[in-house]
Design a binder for this molecule. Structure first.
Ligand code: PLP
Ligand code: COI
Length: 351
């Protein structure tokens, strides 16, 4: 490690108050956080300090112009208590891609990786060992610089917080294919993990929930005829024995789970296609019985099977399969992530 990091530890850990057998997703936080400020044109030395609220000026640009981006990753512990990360430098690269789009200065990869590893060492007792649980890691950056002038701020904060977490979704989800709203547009920020993208999803998702669905399937903003993402996940559709996912674009997040699943599927004899999928094709396949599975893929939810979908006031159920690709691929990817199988790809990083 080359980054010098000041570490101030909590006086008393709150870990004994946490029920590790019943972890929610992302709402119990570990003792410490990493913070690093950008001011006077450069990133300062990172610090590890007790998890606590920030104090911000009401004129900070985050509040007015939404310069805020984040990442989502997970840390695991294997049977020998080694701490593992999954493709973490890809998250750093994507954070900096988002930063470029939002005119936030990029965080040096050394600060990101050294800071993350040091934080995980300090809070290593917070990494759950139970199957299905992990330490969700949330790196984020936002504008602390002030002014009502609509222009990029001159000061930012980079933070990493962690949360021991259980499953994101309780079971299979029912989704609604979106016909009116869009989460992203050509030339926009859909490919970035900008906080505002998620805020824009809440209203259409709330409408879908009121109709009895759990999530929205996003379609292209122009025609609403092509399936693009599943809530805050990439989408996979299995027609007969082929697994299909949409190509990434300005509007679609280049998911780390998505690209890992594509590779693992190919290497395990599952045919894959990266191409546009029309809503019509999905509906026709559901009607003819060739639609076998749909699932979302992302860090938080890993692989989330879809039980059925709604479109134009009709509901379509997906079949209950004995050996779905979703379960097979979920096992293959989580075994790599948790050091239960070989990692032929070199994706695991030991802390
Ligand atoms: N799509 C969106 C909009 C997301 O927010 C996420 C979550 O990070 C994903 C896809 C999946 O990306 P990843 O697999 O890198 O977590
Ligand atoms: C993730 O999958 O890590 C995400 O960032 C999705 C999030 C909105 C919970």
């Amino acid at each position: 490690m080359t980054t010098s990091i000041d570490i101030k530890r909590v006086e008393k850990s709150k870990i004994s108050s946490v029920d590790f057998d019943n972890l929610p997703f992302g709402s119990v936080y570990s003792d410490h956080m990493l913070t690093c400020d950008y001011k006077n044109g450069k990133w300062q030395s990172p610090k590890i300090e007790p998890f606590a609220p920030f104090s911000l000026d009401p004129s900070a640009k985050i509040f007015h112009y939404g310069q805020s981006i984040f990442e989502g990753m997970k840390a695991y512990k294997d049977a020998e208590e080694n701490i593992l990360l999954f493709r973490p430098t890809d998250n750093c690269k994507r954070l900096n891609k988002s930063a470029e789009r939002l005119v936030i200065p990029p965080i040096p990869e050394e600060i990101f990786m050294d800071g993350l590893k040091a934080l995980l060492e300090v809070d290593s007792d917070w990494i759950p060992k139970n199957e299905g649980s992990s330490l969700y890691v949330r790196p984020f950056m936002f504008a602390t610089g002030n002014g009502f002038h609509a222009s990029p701020a001159d000061a930012y904060k980079f933070v990493i917080c962690t949360a021991p977490s259980g499953a994101y979704f309780g079971g299979k989800v029912k989704v609604l294919i979106e016909e009116r709203y869009a989460r992203a547009a050509n030339g926009g920020v859909g490919y970035a993990k900008a906080g505002g993208n998620y805020a824009a999803q809440f209203y259409p998702t709330q409408l879908a929930i009121e109709k009895g669905y759990n999530q929205v399937i996003w379609t292209d903003d122009n025609t609403h005829q092509f399936i693009e993402e599943a809530g805050a996940m990439n989408i996979f559709i299995r027609i007969n024995d082929t697994l299909i996912t949409s190509p990434t674009s300005d509007r679609i997040l280049d998911g780390i789970t998505r690209k890992s699943i594509l590779q693992i599927a190919e290497d395990n004899g599952i045919a894959t296609e990266v191409r546009k999928i029309s809503v019509g094709e999905d509906v026709e396949a559901a009607k003819s019985g060739s639609l076998k599975e749909m699932f979302g893929a992302g860090t938080a939810a890993v692989i989330s099977p879809i039980a059925g979908f709604g479109y134009q006031e009709n509901d379509f159920d997906l079949p209950e399969l004995e050996n779905p690709y979703a379960a097979k691929l979920k096992k293959l990817i989580t075994d790599i992530q948790t050091n239960k199988s070989e990692d032929p790809y070199g994706w695991r990083v030991f802390v």
